[in-house]
Design a protein around this ligand. Structure first.
Ligand code: GDP
Ligand code: MG
Length: 756
């Protein structure tokens, strides 16, 4: 079977093409030696009886390696393994993309140019003269749309044909030394001598390492130092007229399109406006997903009529289970906090084991079990232990998926790239490069893919720093308990829950940034590595791509709910319902029933540890629940909610929110609880990923310590701050004054040193 490699700039659509070609017949692994994702799959056309192995190479801008990706792509193409390379080109950005193609043409390997995004080009009212471009480049060219699967079978047929014949590298460069250098490599019997010759003349570092002998002999030809930039110039000078000739259509319209993206950027990446706009966009998203009263319909309605909207619940659905009355949809549209925004509505619709759809199902199962005379303990186990934990987690899935819809939208539209760009401009001063923000932002979804994404970072130190702070970017699972705690605190303090949830996200990001800066200045000192990134022009994300993105993330959640979280809730239920001598606690009476479970004594043992953060001894007899929930969070963050909900039930409260209000800890203690669980050691799965990515044992142990110390320290600080706001309102300005004073005291000396 022939092997085809897909090479092209980032965002040229390689992965989309790969997925369209290979469907489900794909395998994801790593490139040998380095840990950059390697995707391999098979194209199969049963009708024409055609097949080929497809390799998705990492996105690159050139073959002069500055990054691990470029090195991988180059080595693979030269390895002799692929029979042909498909140069994937974004046809809406021809000139830039063909620059890489010209370098690919220098290798001794058949090339087919796939002009991707033909649909987008057509929308701009433009088209490419495929024949003229093919004549200009000397290789087959075909127009395709990876997204709409247009012309893909034709591309494969063309490639299969082109792969039949050998091809010798060609260049558009004309310099007298090229032929001489090529002879040197030919004598050394290196494959692709032309490619190596040109790289040696460009004084490419990798070339020097890979072929030291030949490189030295090329050096004896005394090539001009500036050949590398004059070659780059020559390539663009070749491409400009070629592209002009091949590209037709209303270029005015194209310019308008281009300038629209530029115009948007003028505002969105503006020096002053960028950050406030970013904050506003994020706030709106959180308000829609977690807040109430978006349109204030509820307030307007009650002001106008004096009645509250939907206060009677939804259609008066009532369930009487085991003698108790439930109204599963009572808070669907409206609660005491106001009209539910879309996200909260979805949450209420899905519900937990007393409300919403999941509530109806759980309660139905409970009644069914009672009807068939199931023993009470088994009913309790299935209802509180199993269904309670599951429903608590699953109830959040639609709401969290809505959040993912917004994040995926920002990512696919090109806005997230701007965020990295804007943040790079600011944080470069502190030695942090924008490149690290891309994996960090992915952390909002889930820390695991985010940590894997750090493989693209060029420096080891940058990678360690990034992996450490990724968990501070609140992931979907952490969002669950933050939402609950935010709702409790918001109701006590009287602020909007959406605003409060948003602030917890901001807090996480702030901690991450400060931590990175501190590490850069202390234990992991370095200059910010250069950050080269092309800002893709804005486009409306395709619903299909968006849906795939979101479903992928949602599916991950649901799978986790039924495996690891399911298992932990069952274990916790047993520990919470049996004493050390295996007596079921429900057979005990009064005080003993509450205090003889195994979990109670374990939690009690650990409880004092959390005192500095406000949820230890302060919570008295209830403290063990916070302790157990926090420890469970290290297994999976969803467990914080699942455990807290089911143990609150054990302790005789309807929900964790009721428990939190009654448990005896202060609002400040709740803040401490939230901060600690947000920042502490993430779930098992991310810890395992971090271990694999960090490589060295020392870095791994230090990272675990880093998480523990940061969460404990900041949890304590947050508690103290909130508990003694007024004391601190006086001491902190004094401290700040002292620091500013010290700074100014030190500054003049530094300036003198620089001048000297
Ligand atoms: P890669 O970085 O080269 O792997 O690029 P991706 O496959 O991730 O694609 C980048 C973006 O371009 C995604 O948002 C795709 O949905 C979009 N895209 C890919 N192919 C096409 C296409 O043929 N037409 C259009 N309009 N968009 C495309
Ligand atoms: Mg890709």
């Amino acid at each position: 079977m022939k092997t085809f490699a897909l090479a092209g700039n980032p965002n040229s659509g390689k992965s989309t093409l790969f997925n369209s070609l290979t469907g489900s017949r794909a395998y994801v692994g790593n490139w040998p030696g380095v840990t950059v994702e390697r995707k391999e799959g098979t194209y199969l056309n049963k009708k024409k009886n055609q097949e080929a192995k497809i390799i998705d190479l990492p996105g690159i801008y050139s073959l002069s390696p500055y990054s691990p990706e470029e090195r991988i792509a180059r080595d693979y193409l030269l390895s002799g393994e692929p029979d042909l390379v498909i140069a994937v080109v974004d046809s809406t950005n021809l000139e830039r993309n063909l620059y890489l193609t010209l370098q690919l043409l220098e290798m001794d390997i058949p090339v087919v140019v796939a002009l991707n995004m033909s649909d987008a080009l057509a929308k701009q009212g433009r088209s490419v003269d495929v024949k003229a471009l093919s004549d200009g480049l000397g290789v087959p060219v075909i127009s395709i749309s990876a997204l709409q699967s247009h012309n893909l079978d034709e591309l494969m047929a063309l490639s299969l044909k082109a792969a039949e014949r050998k091809r010798v590298g060609q260049t558009i460069l004309s310099h007298e030394l090229i032929a001489k250098a090529k002879d040197i490599y030919s004598e050394e019997e290196a494959p692709s001598p032309l490619f190596h010759a040109i790289k040696a003349l460009e004084q490419d570092e990798v070339e020097e390492k890979d072929h030291p002998e030949a490189y030295k002999r090329v050096g004896e030809l005394k090539p001009d130092e500036s050949l590398s930039s004059s070659f780059a110039d020559a390539r663009y000078r070749f491409l400009e007229p070629l592209v002009k000739k091949c590209l037709s259509g209303k270029s005015t319209k194209a310019k308008e399109k281009l300038s629209l993206s530029d115009k948007i950027d003028k505002v969105l990446t503006n020096k002053w406006a960028a950050l406030p706009i970013m904050a506003l966009i994020m706030f709106l998203i959180f308000h829609i997903v977690f807040g109430t009263d978006l349109l204030y319909i509820g307030s307007i309605y009650s002001a106008a009529t004096g009645n509250s909207l939907f206060a009677e619940g939804f259609g008066g659905v009532e369930l009487i289970i085991d003698g108790e009355t439930y109204q599963p949809f009572a808070d669907l549209f409206y609660s005491t906090d106001g009209v539910n925004n879309l996200g909260e509505f979805l949450h209420m619709l899905a519900g937990d084991n007393e409300t919403g759809i999941l509530g109806c199902i759980s309660l139905g199962i409970k009644q069914g079990l009672i009807n068939i005379n199931t023993p009470t303990w088994l009913v309790n186990f299935l209802y509180d232990g199993v269904l309670g934990g599951l429903a608590a987690v699953l109830g959040f899935v639609p709401q969290i998926m809505l959040l993912f819809v917004f994040f995926s939208f920002l990512e696919d539209s090109g806005y997230m790239a701007r965020v990295a760009f804007v943040l790079d401009r600011i944080f470069r001063h502190f030695g942090v490069s924008g490149r690290a923000f891309l994996p960090m932002i992915m952390g909002f979804g889930c820390a695991i893919p985010a940590m894997i994404n750090t493989r693209s970072l060029s420096s080891e130190k940058e990678k360690i720093k990034t992996i450490r702070v990724i968990p501070f970017f609140t992931c979907g699972a952490k969002a669950e308990f933050l939402v609950i705690i935010a709702a409790v605190i918001a109701s006590i303090v009287g602020v909007d829950a959406g605003l409060f949830t948003f602030l917890t996200y901001v807090f996480g990001v702030a901690v991450a940034l400060i931590a990175v800066i501190v590490m850069t200045k202390t234990t992991l000192k370095e200059e910010a590595p250069p950050f080269i990134m092309e800002l893709p022009s804005y486009h409306l994300p395709q619903p299909k791509a968006l849906a795939l993105h979101v479903l992928d993330k949602g599916g991950h959640f649901i799978k986790k709910a039924f495996t690891i979280i399911f298992a932990s809730t069952v274990i916790i239920w047993f520990l919470a319902n049996f004493s050390w001598d295996y007596t079921p606690v429900w057979t005990l009476e009064g005080e003993a029933a509450e205090t003889s479970s195994i979990l109670y004594s374990l939690g009690n043992l650990l409880q004092p540890l959390f005192t500095p953060m406000g949820f230890g001894v302060q919570a008295g007899n209830n403290g063990w629940i916070y302790a157990v929930a926090s420890i469970q969070g290290i297994v999976a963050k969803e467990n914080v909610v699942a455990t807290a909900e089911s143990l609150s039930g054990v302790a005789g409260y309807g929900s964790f929110a009721d428990f939190a209000l009654a448990s005896g800890i202060s609002t400040a203690g709740l803040v401490g609880f939230a901060v600690f669980n947000m920042l502490t050691i993430p779930c098992f799965a991310s810890v395992a990923t971090a271990k694999g990515e960090l490589g060295s044992k020392k870095a791994y142990i230090n990272t675990l310590l880093f998480w523990l110390v940061t969460s404990y320290g900041l949890g304590t600080l947050a508690y103290i701050t909130c508990e003694w706001v007024w004391t601190l309102a006086i001491t902190l300005p004094c401290l700040a004054g002292l620091i500013v004073g010290l700074y100014f005291y030190n500054r003049p000396k530094k300036i003198k040193e620089v001048n000297a």
